[in-house]
Each structure stands twice: as structure tokens, then as C-alpha cells.
Design a binder for this molecule. Structure first.
Ligand SMILES: [Cu+2]
Length: 137
């Protein structure tokens, strides 16, 4: 009876000591490593970083190419198209659901995005190798 009571007390004391040691060491290393790991979080790495995909309401034509080539807009959103080239271009949906008509050099045009969500490829009807995609969602 005496023996078991003694050993129980010893075990309890050892456990308390271990807890104290563990608490001490973990709080020590945690304090020194946490700040450097969490401070360098930038703004979310989202669509605009890619360069060819973007969300917005403007497309620029330059060097016989659309920029961005893939644009995401809301249903019915008005999109402005700027022509920076020295020749006329159009931005015309392959299914004709939108069309800027001919945009002269240095001029701008616009179109209204379809109301139905989906992916709409478009081309320049004058230079049909020019193409891009409008995503509505
Ligand atoms: Cu063109």
C-alpha cells in the first residue's frame, strides 16, 4: 500500500516536470520562427498575374493581337476595345453574338457581352488569324 502510493507520487511529479519542460521549449522556438513565416504573405496570387488572362472591361488591340487574349466579364457587361495599331480591326464573336464593327487606327469601339454565361471565341473579321476568347460568368 505504501509502495504503490509512493510510486504514484513519483510518476505524477515526473509528469509535471515533463509538461513544464515541453511548454517551455515549444513556446521558445515558436516565438522565434512564427513571425518570419507569416509576414511575407502577398495579395492573393490570382488571375491578373498571368498576363494573358484577366478580369475587366477593356481589350487592347496591338501588333495584330488582342490583349488580354482571354477576358472574363459579367453578363451584359460593356467592354471597351482600343485599337493601338495603324490599321483597322474588328472584334467579332464567332457566333456573331457581339461585334464592335470596324475600329479605325487609334480609335476605340465597344460591345456588350452576352447575357448567357459561357465561353465566346472571337476574331478580327479583317485579319482572321487574330483571335481571343471572352468568358461570361
Ligand atoms: Cu484586324
Amino acid at each position: 500500500m505504501d509502495v504503490s502510493r509512493n510510486s504514484r507520487r513519483v510518476a505524477l511529479t515526473a509528469a509535471v516536470l515533463l509538461l513544464a519542460l515541453a511548454g517551455c521549449s515549444s513556446s521558445g522556438s515558436g516565438a522565434s520562427s512564427t513571425p518570419s513565416a507569416t509576414t511575407a504573405a502577398p495579395v492573393s496570387p490570382s488571375a491578373s498575374a498571368g498576363g494573358s488572362a484577366a478580369t475587366g472591361s477593356q481589350i487592347v488591340i496591338e501588333g495584330f493581337a488582342y490583349a488580354p487574349t482571354t477576358l472574363t466579364v459579367g453578363p451584359g457587361q460593356k467592354v471597351t476595345v482600343l485599337n493601338h495599331d495603324s490599321t483597322a480591326h474588328t472584334l467579332t464573336a464567332s457566333d456573331k453574338s457581339f461585334d464592335t464593327g470596324s475600329i479605325g487606327p487609334g480609335k476605340s469601339g465597344s460591345f456588350t457581352a452576352p447575357a448567357k454565361p459561357g465561353s465566346y471565341p472571337y476574331i478580327c473579321t479583317i485579319h482572321q488569324f487574330m483571335h481571343g476568347t471572352l468568358t461570361v460568368r
